[in-house]
Design a binder for this molecule. Structure first.
Ligand SMILES: NC(=O)c1ccc[n+]([C@@H]2O[C@H](COP(=O)([O-])OP(=O)(O)OC[C@H]3O[C@@H](n4cnc5c(N)ncnc54)[C@H](OP(=O)(O)O)[C@@H]3O)[C@@H](O)[C@H]2O)c1
Length: 148
């Protein structure tokens, strides 16, 4: 059975992807933030053998490390990093956006996904291979090259 790890699957595109992959016969491990019940939990209730749930806030390095520890020994065919955010006020111009808000968005959407890919890459790279396919929602598909 093919396996996908979706980071940020509580709702939105990540949840839709989880549902679609499960429907197509894949096993899905999806992540949520915190302990609150999300629509992904409802999907797991409906498809208990197809869905596993883990927890991570990608802006927290310790949580990324903990997720890696939790998933160690498992392997996935695809890593989909969907977790992301946008400006709280979508109508703000760049002049109006505070540096703190800009930094929050960039840390979530740029720095943190790269940290996730770097930290979890061994879960999607078979032993002896040095490349894997990684997807980041809203951006183009990329190839990740393991550091020599
Ligand atoms: N929808 C579109 O048309 C579109 C188009 C282009 C690009 N995008 C980008 O694609 C990404 C996903 O879009 P979407 O429509 O699925 O957005 P969404 O409905 O807002 O869902 C965002 C997902 O990311 C999770 N998330 C946010 N911050 C996180 C963090 N720090 N750590 C872990 N998970 C986090 C959310 O979890 P919580 O439920 O805990 O908040 C949720 O599962 C966003 O970056 C968005 O900007 C979307």
């Amino acid at each position: 059975m093919k396996r996908i790890l979706i980071i940020g699957a509580s709702r939105g595109i990540g949840l839709a992807a989880a549902e679609e992959f499960a429907t197509r016969g894949w096993h899905v491990t999806g992540t949520v933030r915190g302990t609150a019940k999300t629509p992904l939990h409802d999907l797991r209730t409906a498809r208990p053998t197809a869905i596993d749930i883990a927890s991570v806030d990608i802006t927290d390095r310790d949580q990324i490390t903990a997720l890696h520890q939790q998933l160690k020994g498992q392997s996935f065919d695809i890593l989909l990093v969907n977790a992301g955010t946008a400006n709280t006020n979508q109508n703000e111009t760049i002049a109006e956006t505070t540096t703190e808000e800009f930094t929050r968005v960039m840390v979530t959407n740029a720095l943190s996904p790269m940290r996730v890919v770097e930290a979890l890459s061994d879960l999607v790279m078979p032993e002896g291979d040095n490349r894997c396919h990684v997807f980041r929602t809203g951006q183009r598909r990329g190839k990740y090259q393991r550091r020599p």
